[in-house]
Ligand binder design. Sequence first.
Ligand code: PHE
Length: 344
Amino acid sequence: MPPLLEELASLIEEVRNDAKSAATPNELAQVKARALGGKGFLKSALSGIKDVPSEERKAYGQQLNALKNEFEEFFKRRAAEIDAAAKAEAEFFDSGLPGMRVQMGRLHPIRAAMRNIVDIFVSMGFDVFTGPEMEYEKYNFDLLNIPEYHPARDDMDTFYILPGLVLRTHTSPVQVRVMEKIKAREDVIVQMISPGRVFRRDRPDATHTPCFHQLEGLQVGRGISMANMRWILDEFARRFFGPETRTRLRPDYFPFVEPGAELAVTCSMCEGKGCRVCKETGWIEVMGCGMVHPQVLRNVNIDPDEYSGWAFGFGVERMAQVLYQVPDARMFFENDMRFLRQFS
Ligand code: PHE
């Protein structure tokens, strides 16, 4: 310690020690201000220089300056140390801490059901097509044998976008789009499914949502009959609902099939004995189907005297509701994680 600075010795010592124990940049800045700040002791020592006897003044000034420089260096080093310590702490990995649970994403039950259904049909040789969700009335209705003023248009309350343009009310227009492109020359000319979203102006309740998913199927070829339909739909029902599942066909009406039918499966809750879920009937209706109407074939330039086909369409939410016994279709759209996590 230069002799002239002896009276500052205890202050210097104190600032050094406090700077060493300062743990944050903020604490360090406060200590630094006590030495080098506007009201710091070095500042007041410098302004007291005029009271120092003139022969010692120069040496005293030099010593004060040296001390100031030394302090500045010292605080810079300390700041760097504090920074490094904070960084090391932030990077420290404690391998003894319990692990953090990672939230794994999973498929939405409807997406999972769709993939499952698509896989089943693909394994039976069906191709997958998609069509637009905004559809021409021509495809959604007219070419499917549902002309304007046909009462069947009332069954599907439609969202109209522009004249001639609707949100498709079913996936059946994709049948028409695919058949239109087909050149009839082989035995089986179409064997396709089409999954996708459809829209109806329905008031939401336990079995209706204004947007839902359908899956359409179509097989066209020479000598295709209802027996082909029956076999494929039986096989599908067994693979989707379980090997014990049986099916029942009953006449139903859709303008684009003739004869038209409705397919029911045995209730998986009671195995067909009758329960609350199947309203004591033992059967649950799951889809519409039937032989493609000759007029629909003619509309796409396929000769109904040479070719025949069958088609089906069903709601994926309904299938998932039956399979998982989900009481309300709206649950699929509310995205409550407590509900969604139950499906893996
Ligand atoms: N498109 C019909 C519906 O949405 C279902 C259906 C498809 C019926 C194909 C018969 C054949 O209700």
